[in-house]
Write a protein that binds this ligand. Sequence first.
Ligand code: UGA
Length: 408
Amino acid sequence: MRIGVIGLGYVGLVTALVLANQGNDIIGIDSDKKKIGMLSSGKATIYEPGLDDLLLKVSSRIIFSDDYGPLADAEAIFVIVPTPVSNDRIDLSYVRSALGAASKINKSATFIIKSTAVPGTAEKFSAEFGIKIVSNPEFTKEGTGIQDTEHPNRVVIGSPDEASGDLVEAIWSFTRSPVIRTNNKNAELTKYASNAFLATKISFINEIANLCEKIPGCDVEVIAKAMGLDERIGPHFLKAGLGWGGSCFPKDTKAIVTFAKDLGEQQNIIESAVRVNDGRIDRAVSLVKKVWGKGDLSNVRVGMLGVAFKGDTDDIRDSQAVKLMHRLVQENAKVGVYDPKAKVADSSITVYASKEDCVKNSDIILVTTDWKDFSRIYETVGDKPIVDTRRIFTSDRRNIFSIGKGEA
Ligand code: UGA
């Protein structure tokens, strides 16, 4: 099939490459000329495991362009552009401009919105531009994007009619995943409900972690493991830590709360999940002060391992680690950071080229992103205190202080 993909961010690029790998001819469109130049010369624009190799492998089946012209004869056109929030309300301007521009070139294609968009979006733009739009939310995670796109837990297809839904189902048939066929609005809301539920699950376990810290001998990791063995609860997204960040949960929880409010409905649970998450930074700062033994962190050399919003990605969008970094700077600490992939540019911090340098030049070490490799740092730390906000250390050591653990 000849398929267009508008928007080559984390999800768009992975989708384009995975579909090319399935034998489709792909036209990848992005307004960023620099990105198009890099991708056309075979260079990945983001870090995602396996992406470089896949880009090389499918290069003969994909063209990259900042011009919508090549979309003229596409049968299907995915729209995978950002849907940020502005004043806690979804901003659909990128979706509108992508659909507007593409529909001028090609009105007969089936348009597929993969961007996270509030219920009613597909119907609204379908009427505005006179095109057929299918809602096909994505459930991939950064860091395992290729795997999640090739083997999703489910494929949700909300379509205005049988034929357009069939076409999208055919595109994803190689995944052999369960398919839910429904209307556009159900598909759109499924995405928000899923992300909000996952965020809530994390906030829930983080509150249990807070409680554990008050009960000598209690450890949230043990409790989460035991809870997760109950099939009704499940083991995933019960990892207590610094809280959730990234390009999805923070904006999607805000957008759905505001969307519901506009309809006269309060989403109490989601609002609480957001509040608990916002409180994670204060909790971490308090733990650092407690471990350091003073309420004043002025001139204390704090070494942060990790600025990405989670391990295996270079993405720092809405990263809790970055928020903590800024808070520590406000506390007058001398903050140094190391991350294997993510970059931060801030004149008030020192960026180290290796984790060893970061450790060597710090008085106290904070693990702030769950890069697997960080657990090996222990041997180089000596007696310095380590605050593990991501629970990457499994063994009990005298100088490791973990969130979610009551002092025995
Ligand atoms: C999330 C969803 O998991 C995907 O299903 C969805 O498709 C995607 O958003 C999206 O809407 O595009 P992602 O943001 O890539 O994916 O990352 P997650 O793995 O969900 O992690 C989100 C945050 O929660 C990270 O900061 C992570 O460190 C944190 N987290 C995750 C925890 O603190 N504990 C956990 O148990 C799991």
